[in-house]
Design a protein around this ligand. Structure first.
Ligand code: FE
Ligand code: FE
Length: 268
């Protein structure tokens, strides 16, 4: 789960993040080879069936975050901080800029869906950039060349711009490659404002929020919410270059914030 070299560097500049090319660590390339080969329409349907009944656990949001601290994300070329440090760092950067409490909370919890990995899913089905499935892959998806190994490449109905969807149907109708974003959205959708939910659901979807692809599947509400996803992204990405947060000192503040929006236990 971890690499030899240290990815975390304090004080790096914005251009130094998200390099996906020959300089990308081999472990990250291999991660995307597996991800792009196996993220098919049928896999997506199977994961929804398996996880979205939310019958795997009933537990407090805080306990889940503590549990998740066992994980270091191989798909991320920019950090080897623990998950809890990344969560606190993201939330603290949002708080420092004076954003509302629901925005801070979105920062704190946005990666909790990574519990799928602890609960046995392969890492390629949990983390990394996401993208719509069931329609043509954008060439702007990182390591798009690896889609050559994906069985959906041979299904003509999945290879048109809209694929199995109607033009302008809205992203809610579109299956995004399976991972921690969609899972946590489904877990939290009854508790948070729409803007926070969009941040959670689409934060890994760089082809849409960064590259501006797939506009033909979006509706007006998606376009409105995507502005919030874009606002969120720098906190997720660039706070990785900041000083490590004092988790112990910050814990009371964030436990209270969780309690403001969530009941004692929720279904996972
Ligand atoms: Fe994430
Ligand atoms: Fe994150």
């Amino acid at each position: 789960m971890s690499t030899a070299e240290t990815r975390y560097q304090e004080g790096r500049s914005r251009e130094d993040f998200r390099h996906y090319d020959d300089t990308t660590p081999a472990v990250v390339r291999e991660f995307y080879r597996l991800n792009h080969t196996h993220q098919t329409v049928s896999f997506n349907r199977a994961m929804r069936e398996k996880w979205l009944k939310l019958d795997h656990a009933e537990m407090p949001v805080w306990d889940l975050m503590v549990e998740l601290n066992k994980l270091v994300d191989d798909s991320d070329p920019d950090t080897d901080l623990s998950q809890i440090e990344h969560n606190f760092q993201t939330a603290e950067a949002i708080r420092a800029d004076g954003h509302p409490r629901w925005f801070q909370l979105a920062g704190l919890i946005h990666d909790l869906g990574k519990v799928l990995w602890l609960w046995g899913e392969p890492q390629w089905a949990v983390v990394g950039d996401t993208f719509p499935v069931g329609c043509a892959w954008s060439p702007k998806i990182v390591f798009a060349e690896f889609f050559g190994g994906n069985p959906d490449a041979l299904a003509p109905e999945y290879q048109t711009p809209c694929g199995i969807y109607a033009e302008g149907c809205g992203l809610d109708q579109v299956m995004i490659s399976w991972g921690h974003d969609e899972y946590l959205y489904q877990v939290t959708k009854n508790y948070l404002p729409a803007e926070a939910l969009a941040m959670i659901r689409y934060h890994s979807c760089y082809p849409i929020h960064r590259e501006g692809e797939y506009g033909h599947l979006m509706n007006d509400e998606d376009r409105r919410l995507m502005e919030w996803v874009k606002k969120f992204n720098p906190y997720d990405l660039y706070s990785k270059g900041h000083t490590k947060p004092d988790v112990e000192a910050l814990t009371p503040y964030y436990r209270e914030l969780i309690g403001e929006y969530f009941p004692a236990k929720i279904r996972w």
